[in-house]
Write a protein that binds this ligand. Structure first.
Ligand SMILES: [Zn+2]
Length: 385
């Protein structure tokens, strides 16, 4: 261990530990409420009661019946989860991480809920239309359409979905743009756009990301990052995002998503058939009162797969990091940017191994910095301190 590594492995502050621990419990609580709600709907027969109410409202019109049913579920689950949502909002303020006022937050919540309702309605209408027309193979067609929708939304997200919540503007900083072009040239690729993400209206945290697909692909940099970080540090962040691009991580994540959802639709079909044939819970596959079972199966599957998906994500982050270290003249700005981000976002740099394995999509900053220093010693010994 070098001196620098030791200096960087300072323990987390009690504040950071408490913030992250509370956030984790909120996530677990949220998941428990969702699963509990779905189990309750199925076990008590309330799902059938809601279906009957939806049928009474819309008579013979199946599409409308399904819409009302999805609307009911969406309203109830929002009400049930709202307590924890408010708690999360207050938590960000308690730790001085948020700039958002209550009314602005409520508007965002309403927009998010409405967007979720639209997407859920479209997806459910497609699924049950397929169940009615092709009861044997609906799950394969549903999967294909889901992947099509996923790609479509990944593409339009930076131009249609994100602007519903945040403002974006093309990056004005000429020096940074020139450095990015150079980074892109070295990588043999062209970065289509870099945008300033006006995060400061809502948060004191900083962030950056590679988003979009094809002609919407772009790097977004939070204004909170642009204001407080040196040009070298921002270049290191850009190089990391470029690393995701060079490694094709967005396309790879679509393949991962495709594999997971194929398993999900297959398992949902099996569970529905078991519930109908063996348990006589529903008369037909077309009875949309079985929707909570479909959602429950996919929720449990994604929960079970979460550690594996997080491990994959940490692997891609390490790849993007190595790409970054190779692209910048020395790792010092990377290290200082990581330290700043850690402090600004009140992240945990030393989570327990179990917490890291279960919850973290990124390696902890202490490990990222130690790995950077290790890499630098090996590949750039002349720069070692
Ligand atoms: Zn990354």
């Amino acid at each position: 261990m070098t001196l620098a590594t030791e200096a960087n492995t300072q323990p987390d502050t009690p504040e950071a530990r408490e913030y992250n621990r509370t956030k984790r419990w909120l996530e677990i609580g949220d998941m428990a409420i969702s699963i509990g709600f779905l189990v309750l709907l199925l076990a008590t027969g309330w799902s059938s009661t809601l279906r009957d109410a939806a049928i009474r409202l819309s008579r013979e019109h199946y599409v409308l019946q399904l819409f009302y049913y999805v609307l009911f579920l969406s309203i109830f689950s929002k009400i049930l989860g709202f307590g924890l949502d408010v708690y999360s909002f207050r938590l960000e303020h308690r730790f001085n991480l948020s700039n958002q006022r209550l009314t602005a937050w409520l508007i965002d919540e309403a927009k998010g809920w409405l967007l979720g309702l639209v997407l859920a309605t479209v997806l459910c209408e497609i699924i049950y239309a397929l169940i009615r027309t092709s009861p044997e193979h609906w799950w394969i067609f549903a999967w294909l359409i889901f992947i099509g929708m996923f790609i479509f939304f990944a593409q339009i997200a930076p131009v249609v979905l994100f602007p519903l919540f945040y403002k974006f503007a093309p990056l004005q900083n000429d020096e940074l743009r020139a450095r990015l072009v150079r980074l892109g040239e070295r990588a043999g690729t062209r970065v289509r756009g870099v945008y300033e993400w006006k995060l400061s209206e809502k948060s004191k945290k900083a962030n950056a990301a590679l988003t979009g697909l094809g002609n919407t692909r772009r790097i977004i940099l939070a204004d909170t990052l642009l204001q407080n970080y040196s040009t070298d540090e921002i270049e290191a962040v850009l190089a990391h995002e470029l690393g995701h691009h060079v490694h094709g991580h967005i396309v790879k994540s679509i393949f991962v998503e495709a594999a997971v959802t194929l398993a999900g639709f297959w398992a949902a079909n099996e569970a529905l058939r078991y519930a109908i044939d063996q348990q006589k819970m529903f008369e037909h596959l077309t009875d949309f009162a079985n929707l909570p079972l479909l959602v429950l199966v996919s929720t449990i599957l994604s929960l079970v797969l979460m550690p594996a998906l997080n491990a994959y994500s940490r692997f891609t982050e390490r790849q993007a990091d190595v790409y970054c270290w190779k692209s910048v003249p020395n790792i010092a700005p990377y290290v200082s940017a990581m330290e700043k981000l850690n402090k600004q976002n009140l992240s945990e740099s030393h989570p327990s191994r179990l917490v890291e394995l279960l919850f973290h999509s990124h390696p902890p900053i202490s490990k990222r910095i130690a790995a950077a220093e290790e890499w630098s010693k090996k590949h750039r010994p002349s720069l070692a301190t």
